[in-house]
Write a protein that binds this ligand. Structure first.
Ligand SMILES: Nc1nc2c(c(=O)[nH]1)N[C@H]1C(S)=C(S)[C@@H](COP(=O)(O)OP(=O)(O)OC[C@H]3O[C@@H](n4cnc5c(=O)[nH]c(N)nc54)[C@H](O)[C@@H]3O)O[C@H]1N2
Ligand SMILES: Nc1nc2c(c(=O)[nH]1)N[C@H]1C(S)=C(S)[C@@H](COP(=O)(O)OP(=O)(O)OC[C@H]3O[C@@H](n4cnc5c(=O)[nH]c(N)nc54)[C@H](O)[C@@H]3O)O[C@H]1N2
Ligand code: SF4
Ligand SMILES: [Mo]
Length: 738
């Protein structure tokens, strides 16, 4: 039985009577799974859902163990309010907690104006939550100061997508197409650890005779699968891509016909690439020229080919240009704009795609509209029932917003992120968070950031509420409630509903997810990410629906009708009727096959040239640090560090380094090393391995405390995307004693 959002049922384990098909709470693969009622205290267990096409039943350990976090022993089960007398967070009623938040935000606004109130969201929030949060910021708080952690994730690829293709959808094709192309260059993705079920598509590619090239400074579990592994110096992917394009031209592998028919700007991009001689590129990247030639041979010999990027090349202060250079390579060789070919970005968070479409981004309105576009403002203001002139303009990007805390931004509402662990230059961000006049955090656990808050609001989890996410393919899917939240816990939508009411907006912030989704559909209608033809029912019946999916012309009201059953299994009424008058849009699994989303329908080459990382090694900081992930922890670790099985598999941070560097330092396996940058120092045990370049060390970023990698990282921002440079900074490595 579906429950009313925000309801507090009698027991924590009141489950639905039958099994429920849903999706994993973690990464952007959004693996399908079935939750079956069980005797365990959390009420459900995970069983395979082989029918869902993306993961075909496979799950990684994080997905398999996700129900463990539903247990009341590891999560928040009631609101907490900081008591002025003790200075400590102590239990409070919902009434008191919500009053405190509303008053805290309102007081900041009264004292310092609307832009002194900030909102920080997350790419793990459902579409409904991301939409409601953006609307809450602009309408209720009237602030321009909203951004989210997706800025740290895929913003460079998004910006490059927009520039080249006029539209940003991570993958312009279903993931399954990867196994049917001829050659894949996988740049800075360790998907064997970050999206394990997706590895199957690369295995199938190779079994069918296709080639896999992996670009990563480390020989990862993913790189082990490759026909060719290029291991560039961190921060040099831009030079690498330009060197490959130079060779494409030099070796006569350019697809002139495609360029003439479907692109603009080739002459300038070509000229920029020709300045990057292979020998120069070898010096910058450390990748030998013969390997560059082999890569181009594989890529150009294949009839169809793809380039897929992830955080390696993107989390750089030149990430947008870097992705642009890889796109140029696809365009110049004609590997774009046709089936089984093209460029794609492997988006990261559970709703990393949808979370960047519906308005929690600083410059954005729902449907991937631009906040500074008068027509977009008019449309969305119409749906919201407000005067377009009251909508604020674009605000600061995530790092800049966090950096302004305690200065121009004095109160913050945070939902779905743990920046104290995950933001670059984290010690500084921690001090900014501490200097706020007022901090409210909605979370499922007492994260490191929540522990600093004035008010902590405990919220429901994935298996306890219904909502949509959009996976890395642009497939909009439905997560369904399978179990009721514990008493004392509310949904994020119910929290926004209650806060809005306290701040004078009784209407406009429904707690019911499907009601929010129906409004989102209207707000997105006609925008680049058009969801207006997607309904909960269609998603359930079709294994998800790919956007854009406009509502059929003339279907208007009828298509906006609510389903009788919120879980989305009622009779279909928005498809082709018996008379065949209204035909549903089928959704768009593959983009750009006829035209690109630019005004003239052509893809745009962008002329880019290499530049060094914001911080290059010198005598004082001679080593490069790069950071990333391990299989068994997720992001800031707030969730996965609370799951025993995952903690046993990945108990703490480490510093991966090459034996040559270890010898030079006198480092021994397991002994603590200090990694020191201009921002600070992190200490973690040495993990000595030949699988990394001798000039580079690697740290995972999942932990707080002395081993926090982000104490060290550099917040240098990409000028276009405002993405911080998580993937490269200069450090000194020293023995840390005990
Ligand atoms: N287990 C696990 N899975 C996850 C997550 C998690 O936290 N844990 N998070 C999810 C999210 S939000 C995201 S964004 C994705 C991220 O997924 P990935 O992008 O696969 O993850 P990362 O480990 O950050 O980076 C990938 C690789 O980039 C390499 N790299 C470092 N510097 C460079 C460089 O300069 N150039 C190149 N080419 N490569 C470089 C690293 O060595 C690393 O192997 O994973 C998602 N899935
Ligand atoms: N050094 C370094 N730093 C990085 C990266 C890197 O590669 N290297 N990668 C960056 C990337 S790609 C990302 S995506 C960020 C991610 O970093 P964070 O933004 O910190 O991501 P999470 O740890 O997923 O934080 C989500 C928080 O929200 C809570 N939560 C989960 N679901 C919900 C929900 O539905 N509602 C609410 N209210 N809360 C919820 C979780 O318990 C957790 O505390 O880290 C970035 N930081
Ligand atoms: S790969 Fe991602 S979506 Fe799939 S089970 Fe693992 S964490 Fe969940
Ligand atoms: Mo991410």
């Amino acid at each position: 039985m579906p429950h009313a959002p925000g309801d507090a049922p009698a027991t924590a384990s009141a489950t639905t009577a039958a099994s429920v098909d849903t999706h994993c709470p973690y990464c952007a693969l959004q693996c399908g799974m079935t939750l079956r009622p069980s005797a365990a205290d959390v009420g459900v267990e995970v069983v395979e859902r082989t029918a869902f096409p993306v993961n075909r039943g496979a799950l990684c350990g994080k997905g398999r163990t996700a129900p463990a976090l539903l247990s009341s022993r590891v999560r928040l089960t009631g609101p907490l309010v900081r008591r002025p007398d003790t200075g400590r967070l102590e239990p409070a009623t919902w009434e008191e907690a919500l009053d405190r938040v509303a008053e805290g935000l309102a007081a900041t606004r009264r004292a310092h104006g609307p832009d002194a109130v900030g909102v920080f969201g997350g790419g793990g929030l459902t579409n409904e939550k991301a939409y409601a949060l953006g609307k809450f910021a602009r309408v209720v708080l009237g602030t321009s100061q909203i951004d989210y952690n997706g800025r740290f994730c895929m913003s460079s690829a998004a910006a490059a997508h927009q520039r080249a293709f006029g539209l940003d959808r991570g993958l312009p094709f279903p993931l399954a197409d990867v196994s049917r192309t001829g050659c894949v260059i996988l740049v800075g993705s360790n998907l064997a650890e970050t999206m394990p079920p997706a590895l199957r598509y690369l295995t199938e590619l190779r079994e069918a005779g296709g080639r896999l090239i992996v670009v990563d400074p480390r020989r990862t579990r993913t790189a082990e699968q490759a026909d060719l592994h290029l291991a560039p110096r961190p921060g040099t992917d831009l030079a690498l891509a330009l060197g490959l394009l130079h060779l494409v031209v030099a070796e006569g592998r350019v697809d002139e016909e495609f360029i003439a028919r479907q692109t603009t700007g080739w002459a300038e991009a070509r000229a920029a690439a020709m300045a990057h001689w292979p020998e120069l590129v070898e010096r910058i990247t450390g990748v030998p020229v013969p390997e560059l030639r082999r890569a181009i041979g594989m890529f150009c010999d294949a009839e169809n080919a793809m380039v897929l990027t992830a955080r390696g090349p993107e989390q750089q202060s030149k990430g947008t240009d870097t992705v642009g250079a890889w796109i140029n390579l696809c365009l110049a060789t004609g590997h774009a704009g046709r089936p089984l070919s093209g460029y794609g970005c492997l988006t990261g968070q559970g709703n990393g795609q949808g979370g960047r479409e519906h308005g929690q981004k600083a410059d954005q309105l729902p449907g991937y509209r631009k906040l500074d576009d008068p027509a977009a403002r008019a449309h969305v203001a119409g749906v919201w029932g407000v005067d377009p002139d009251t909508l604020p303009g674009p605000g600061r990007s995530a790092y800049e917003l966090l950096d302004a805390l305690g200065g121009e931004v004095r109160g913050l509402l945070l939902m779905g992120s743990n920046p104290l662990v995950s933001a670059p230059r984290a010690a500084h961000i921690e001090s900014r968070l501490r200097s706020l006049d007022f901090l409210a955090v909605a979370d499922v656990v007492l994260s490191e950031t929540a522990a600093l808050a004035d008010v902590v609001l405990p919220v429901a989890q994935w298996a306890e509420e219904t909502g949509t996410t959009t996976n890395l393919e642009g497939r909009v899917i439905l997560r369904r409630a399978a179990v009721s939240p514990p008493p004392g816990v509310r949904t994020d939508l119910a929290v926004l509903n209650a806060l809005a009411a306290r701040l004078g907006w009784e209407k406009g912030f429904p707690a019911d997810p499907e009601e929010v989704f129906d409004e989102l559909r209207r707000a997105s209608a006609g925008g680049p990410a058009d969801y207006s033809g997607i309904t909960y029912r269609r998603i359930a019946e079709e294994d998800g629906v790919f956007w854009p999916c406009p509502a059929p012309a003339g279907a208007g009201d009828r298509d906006g009708e609510r389903d009788g059953d919120r879980t989305g299994v009622g009779p279909e009424d928005d498809g082709a009727g018996p008379a065949g008058v209204v035909v549903s849009h089928p959704g768009t699994p593959r983009l750009f096959l006829e035209r690109f989303a630019t005004v003239d329908g052509r893809a745009r080459f962008v002329p880019v040239t290499h530049r060094p990382a914001a911080e290059e090694p010198d005598a004082e900081y001679p080593v490069l640090l790069t950071t990333g992930r391990v299989l068994s922890q997720y992001q800031s670790g707030a969730q996965t560090r609370r799951v025993a099985e995952l903690n046993e598999a990945a108990p703490g941070p480490f510093v991966q380094l090459h034996p040559l560097l270890a010898d030079r330092l006198g480092a021994v396996e397991g002994a603590p090393l200090a990694v020191v940058s201009r921002r600070g120092r992190a200490v973690a045990p040495a993990r000595i391995s030949r699988d990394i370049r001798p000039d580079t060390v690697f740290m995972p970023f999942h932990w707080a405390g002395p081993g926090r990698a982000n104490t060290v990282t550099n917040p240098a921002l990409d000028p276009v995307s405002r993405m911080p440079e998580f993937k490269v900074c200069a450090v000194r490595v020293e023995l840390a004693g005990d």
